[in-house]
Write a protein that binds this ligand. Structure first.
Ligand code: GLN
Length: 539
């Protein structure tokens, strides 16, 4: 559709964190996209880090990487998985980045002697960042998710920027969706609206009236509760949207459709509403919910106790599982507890093993032990980034007999650094945003297993690393049966290894999980799940 004015939707959160603003934003965007609107989503994070790249997964879950090399919030992963449209640096902005650009401008003298203040300078920068995507001309609707919860000190400048934008753009061009929680008090047997009334009031204290309430709840909202919420919160009755707990996040677009969220949004923005075409989406959901068999995959990492640390990998399993019509049951295995004595008991029963990306020494010896086991026992293996590097170390130690082989990252004095620091990384001293990041081209060897899997010999994949396969060991490693089958065409950097005498043993230096979407499950994950199924059938 053509439309000269980009429309803006702001999503704020109240009462509690972790209500799933990202999923609501992605679901709404999906419904709008399925009606022909070009929608994108942006996340504004109120923390002071420049980006989440330096954050430990314990703090903020997985760091998601875009094609253009931005290290971003994991919600961008949901946006891409739902919409199948790549995001970029402009889709994630933090307070740190906002302040950095304002301070840089101040140092360049661009404020002409003025006192630099939160209002208007910080809020102007926020307003500018919100509108970058809209002004690109690529989108009809921009959904901006404001991180944190209304009432937080650090989100105040964002709420102020929303107030100003809404005022300047008018009600037909900008609206606010407030995501809130309706708690159920089991002792009273009642759903309670008061926390929502308070959080809407807090928003109003900053001059922002919510237009739509999306209410997270464990129980159906009665008519009476909806009417009460509408009355006390100044929203239309049909703008009180229930968001009931779902068994999968992939149900949420349909749940929002049933509640008419898209209709209320389009009506206020004075845009036509149509019946969304969710055919492909629903085929996926049906397959996901009706698997014909099950495989059990071991996910080996050092943050396995946290669901969010390997978010994109878990979602990639869901996409590939649905396409193969199998349920992928993931068994998370903490690499720190894997030793020669425990490895068989933790791994022997699995149908396949994925060794996760990671940084630093903790847990790597356990990963190596697991890889040895699956290599020797012909269990399908998929190594991602650090997982691939560990596969090369395991092979060097146990097949080539280089007992002290290691990565430079773990042991700078190793006599056999089969994983070395990349040339370009040697002079890097700063931490944030300095790894090899983003999408790079990779050529695949003809006749390799991966070329058959991709059905292509040239691919683009996203990266996030400092260390690489040391080409000094390539001949030795290849002669022993582990082949390098994917290369960066410019530098010769090895991006993929495989062992063809093994049923499925593939390691990749890049992160395929960032590119798997509902519409396009990643070919490597598809093939890996297929291999797990085959292994299980032949057991
Ligand atoms: N720590 C390794 C490196 O920097 C692997 C990184 C990763 O797994 N993303 O090369």
């Amino acid at each position: 559709m053509t439309n000269t004015t980009t429309k803006y939707i702001f999503v704020t959160g109240g009462v509690s964190s972790s209500l799933g603003k990202g999923i609501i934003a992605a679901s709404l965007a999906k419904l709008l996209q399925a009606q022909g609107y070009r929608a994108t989503i942006q996340k504004l994070d109120p923390y002071i880090n420049i980006d989440p790249g330096t954050l430990n997964p314990y703090e903020h879950g997985e760091c998601y990487v875009t094609d253009d090399g931005a290290e971003t919030d994991l919600d961008l992963g949901h946006y891409e998985r739902f919409l199948n449209v790549p995001t970029s640096q402009a889709n994630n902005v933090t307070t740190g980045r906002i302040y950095q650009s304002v301070i840089d401008k101040e140092r360049r003298g661009e404020f002409l002697g003025k006192t630099v203040q939160v209002i208007p300078h910080i809020t102007d920068e926020i307003k500018h960042r919100v509108q970058i995507l809209g002004k690109s001309g690529d989108f009809d609707i921009v959904i901006t998710e404001i991180g944190g919860t209304v009432g937080d000190i650090e989100s105040l400048p964002y709420i102020e920027a929303v107030r100003q934008l809404k005022w300047e753009m008018g009600n037909e061009n900008a609206l606010v969706i407030h995501l809130t929680l309706i708690p159920y008090l089991s002792a009273a047997g009642e759903l309670k609206t008061k926390p929502t009334q308070h959080s809407v009031k807090t928003l109003m204290e900053s001059g922002v009236q919510a237009d739509i309430l999306v209410c997270r709840t464990e129980h159906e909202l009665s008519d009476g509760i909806r009417t009460k919420l509408a009355r006390f919160c100044n929203v239309k009755r049909e703008a009180v949207i229930q968001s009931i707990d779902a068994s999968t996040i992939y149900d949420v677009p349909n749940l929002m459709l049933e509640e008419g969220l898209d209709k209320v949004v389009l009506q206020q923005l004075n845009l036509e509403s149509h019946t969304p075409d969710l055919t492909l989406w629903n085929t996926f959901v049906t397959k996901h919910k009706n698997p014909k068999s099950e495989v059990v995959i071991g996910l080996i990492g050092k943050y396995v106790e946290l669901q969010d640390s390997y978010k994109s990998i878990l979602e990639s399993f869901i996409h590939a599982g649905a396409a193969n019509e199998v349920k992928v049951k993931v068994e998370s295995i903490h690499s720190e507890y894997l030793t020669p004595d425990t490895v068989a008991s933790k791994i022997a029963h699995l149908d396949a093993v994925l060794v996760a990306p990671g940084f630093g020494e903790r847990g790597v010896e356990g990963k190596i032990e697991a890889i040895r086991y699956v290599r020797e026992h012909q269990i399908p293996f998929f190594g991602i980034c650090l997982g691939m590097q560990m596969a090369i170390i395991e092979f060097s130690r146990n097949v080539l007999g280089l007992k002290k082989a290691n990565s430079f990252e773990m042991d700078e004095s190793t006599p056999d650094p089969v994983i070395a620091i990349m040339e370009a990384q040697k002079k890097v001293t700063k931490k944030g945003g300095t790894m090899r990041l983003g999408a790079w081209k990779c050529d695949l060897l003809e006749n390799s297993q991966v070329a058959a899997i991709y059905n292509n010999t040239s691919i683009m994949e996203r990266h996030r690393h400092r260390y690489e396969f040391n080409n000094d060991y390539k001949v030795q490693i290849e002669n022993a049966g582990m082949k390098a089958t994917g290369f960066n065409p410019e530098t010769g950097l090895v991006e993929i290894i495989e062992i063809s005498s093994h049923p499925w043993f593939v390691g990749v230096q890049y992160h395929p999980e960032y590119k798997s979407t509902v519409a396009n499950p990643h070919p490597l994950f598809l093939a890996f799940i297929k291999a797990a199924l085959k292994y299980k059938t032949n057991k």
